[in-house]
Design a protein around this ligand. Sequence first.
Ligand code: F6R
Length: 269
Amino acid sequence: MRVVILENAEQVSSRAADIFCDLIGETPDAVLGLATGGTPLGTYRELVTRYRGGKVRFADVTTFNLDEYVGLPPEHSQSYRTFMRTHLFDQADFSDRRCHLPDGTLGDYQRACEDYERQIDNAGGIDLQILGIGTDGHIAFNEPGSSLASRTRIKALTEQTRSDNARFFDSLDAVPRLAITMGVGTILDAEHVVLLATGSSKAAAVQSFIEGPVTAQVPASALQLHQRVTVLLDQAAASRLVRQDYYRYVESIQAEIEATHQTDRPSEV
Ligand code: F6R
């Protein structure tokens, strides 16, 4: 796991946008795994700015979002499809038919979940998956206790997640109780996973998933089992990490580490 501690949230967004743009520059038809929530908003803004400046285009990429609330039609103001259209898809040249989100309104959820997994497979798998992290350690909507081998399925949201997300709704009661979400196993299949965390409210979850044991009680800790994970943190989110000095030291000699690699694949810690 490569842990990169940056000055502030703007730097986190800009570094994440660099990772996206480098991949799309090399592979214009890359398959991107996308997240919603407050954390990736700065990255999406930066990608839109770079698109408008002619530095990147998205016409050939395929995207798969992590999750969607059950019961909210795609056009609902708080659906994750609306979120993605507002903040990214409609702001650039994404192809509508290649932008996928789970459908939270189909009656046959088992089939919808299996179809979503199949669509990801048919696209050749996810090249780059961006993640946020919940204050309870969730990734996508894999709440504590989720199987670390789980695939796309329905999950019940914890009260903590519902109250964290209530800020986007008129009231806590309006926040759906269920979501359709990629599983931890689905996420672990991505080629490169980039987790972003900013702000002190994430500091405890960040410390647990990076430095604690691998446990279903902290679903993000499963990322310790993945070969290529980059964690981009601001100072506040990194503040509880015990090995901060080591992570900073490794970044300070990154050029030296990369020079030892035969390929251009970034090094891992
Ligand atoms: C969103 C998602 C969630 C969020 C997490 C953090 O698609 O899968 O896991 O990444 O809840 O949310 P924010 O960024 O709003 O703090």
